[in-house]
Write a protein that binds this ligand. Sequence first.
Ligand SMILES: Cc1cc2nc3c(=O)[nH]c(=O)nc-3n(C[C@H](O)[C@H](O)[C@H](O)COP(=O)(O)OP(=O)(O)OC[C@H]3O[C@@H](n4cnc5c(N)ncnc54)[C@H](O)[C@@H]3O)c2cc1C
Ligand code: FES
Ligand code: FES
Length: 510
Amino acid sequence: MAADVTRQGVSAIDTPSNTIRFILDGERYELANVDPTRTVLQFLREDLGRKGTKEGCAEGDCGACTVVLLELNAEGDDVTLRPVNSCIQFLPTLDGKELLTVESLAREDGLHPVQQAMVDHHGSQCGFCTPGFVMSLFTLYKTNPKPTRREIDDALAGNLCRCTGYRPIVAAAEAMYDAETDTDWLRQPAAQDGRFKPPAVRVDALRDLQREASLQFAAAGRSFFAPLTADELAGLFANHPEATLLAGGTDIGLWVTKQHRELETVIYTGRVAELNESRVTASHIEIGAAVTLADAMEVIVANYPGLYELFWRFASPPIRNAGTLGGNIANGSPIGDSMPALMVLGSSLVLRRGRSRREVSLDDFYLDYQVKDLRAAEFVETVRIPVLSDDVIVGSHKLSKRFDQDISAVCNAYRLELDGETVTAFRMACGGMAATVRRAHNCEAAVTGKPWNEETIDAACKAFARDFEPISDMRASAGYRLRAAQNLLRRFYLESRGELEESVYAYGRS
Ligand SMILES: Cc1cc2nc3c(=O)[nH]c(=O)nc-3n(C[C@H](O)[C@H](O)[C@H](O)COP(=O)(O)OP(=O)(O)OC[C@H]3O[C@@H](n4cnc5c(N)ncnc54)[C@H](O)[C@@H]3O)c2cc1C
Ligand code: FES
Ligand code: FES
């Protein structure tokens, strides 16, 4: 069902809470009667006729639908600029934000420097992927004044091209900074410190969009709620226990676009203040369930650098900008990538239902395939990750067919504590090896208290075979999964002794 669209200019107007409002090309849009599960891509192409943004896969994989969102931080003094996949973003989640599409970039007097570089370096053939590449490169252009090759590759990790090949596109990325620019803020490259600084008028326009009351409406036979506080969320969920809790929508979006599921009541966590906060105390890193993977990754990796590659290879920037840590945990896939690492760290979840809270160890949260220790109307409020001492060695390996944007065949995480050459504590958890992510208890027992040497690792690999009976599927056979997980443990042993590079990526971390 198409939305009723009103363009208002950027001045503030009195808006009822059942109308979503956002900015596009400097104009304020007010939408009433929005189907809660209509996607941003459908709105752009079908309601506005802005057909620059393309639909390829409709599942967040190809990047043809990439758009950019500007969002005000909680303090109201900083704005982020981030690409997302419009094919799986539901339209009401635009509320309070500014949207930029490929049409936002070109001017009558010429192409944007990013677009011009793509032309000059032959970065496009059929052109279907090109608008998505342009929006990812535009983000890089505005946020990184001098990207390394690895940073260019990462910026493009969510964009697939079937005909041009990536070399000319990377050449365009390297050349886009060379253009002469005028004073148009969209055309100016990132400041030297890489901080994104939009003009004050854009920040003010975003401030005008912020709400003091929650957004609630019904349209197309569906209801949508966007509460602002955890108390409000708890109350709403208690009244609507059948509701779908929507966070980043990178799993739920596909329920709608691929499985054609009808979601009658949707409660969006993206506006709940407490769920969007993280803090580090002396004992814990506490991450609100609705903190994006991109933001969660920064704080986790700052404390545990050994998890850098795991998070860097988690999906792609557009997925990490929308998807949340809480969504990954609550979705509970056996191949969810954050959970093995969170498990070895000894993480727990604060679960909330109505006014009551309980804390559950992540080890105990997954009961069986897609069965979690989560009651009706209960939700994940906070993820609590212990802060361990600096001498604890933490690492992780993800094995998938593609380096970027791919689902794990196997994902291992390890935590090692040594007293000299003797292992005082060892934990290992695995994804892709069973119906749920879980610890390798036999393997752990075979290592704890033993010397950290090859003999112990041989014994650990034998014990590991008693921990799991993996399945065969199109991603990997059971035998392959078992052997690969054992070999990755051997790799961790070599890495811990400094005998192997910690990154498998040819360009390393710089
Ligand atoms: C192209 C693509 C690539 C991907 N790559 C990876 C990858 O590399 N590794 C990986 O692990 N995953 C990957 N995913 C899966 C997905 O991105 C993650 O699982 C993500 O973390 C989900 O978070 P979300 O906020 O988008 O969840 P949503 O889709 O909003 O929700 C997922 C589930 O969690 C529930 N939920 C959300 N928040 C809460 C809460 N606070 N309390 C209780 N329940 C809640 C929802 O009701 C729903 O059941 C990928 C997905 C796509 C589309
Ligand atoms: S259409 Fe492929 S990622 Fe959206
Ligand atoms: S130019 Fe054809 S898919 Fe990229």
